[in-house]
Write a protein that binds this ligand. Sequence first.
Ligand code: AMP
Length: 249
Amino acid sequence: MKILVPVKRVVDTNVKIRVKADGTGVDLANVKMSMNPFDEIAVEEALRIKEAGKATEVVVVSIGSDKSAETLRTGLAMGADRAILVKTDAASVEPLAVAKLLKAVIAAEEPSLVVLGKQAIDDDSNQTGQMLAALLGWPQATFASKVVLGDGSVDVTREVDGGLETLRLKLPAIVTTDLRLNEPRYASLPNIMKAKKKPLDETTPETLGVDASPRLTVLKTVEPTGRTAGVKLGSVDELVARLKQAGVL
Ligand code: AMP
């Protein structure tokens, strides 16, 4: 059984985001980039399923520029067997286009399970897994906090308001990962070296026959407004008076 894990290259979580002076987006010049954290969790889960003897191959796939190959190498260093880069020079590829490209990759690869992150931390779209499931007509379970592979099916536990919900999906299926699913491993130095020799194939949206052109226009990006300075009050009476003035009391 093959598991496909789409991984996105995003700004590292430790970087303080700066908005470009003209407001057209986030400044990516000289910024540390990493694998989307939810995708690390997805790779980890796929590897654990393989290590439990329930899958034979884990393939990581990324859609992006040449630099996304680094993200794929991280996935290979964690333990994935193979990587596929869908190379595009577009500044960003929208979730629907990503889903269409993944559908084309899936047609060729025929995985039984696709594990995605629940959302990419750069666009916060939380759309790709759902759109992919719809395009394929496959069952989907989003925000997985536990995944148990059965015979021809997968049980997925999801954190919902007020408790846990467990779904059984028939394979092939789409699962998206939540934060508490697992703790992803770090790639060891020997595995980073080994990853350099693992296969990384390249393709393009044109070869896959997918139109990945954008449908949305970003009108404006703004930094959150900073907090305004507070005032020190001399007494409780003064505080009560101020709260009354503000209509809080
Ligand atoms: P989003 O819908 O953009 O929040 O992304 C949800 C998930 O879709 C991510 O966690 C990835 O698993 C996958 N994904 C989104 N964009 C890409 C991309 N460019 N390349 C590979 N996987 C992606």
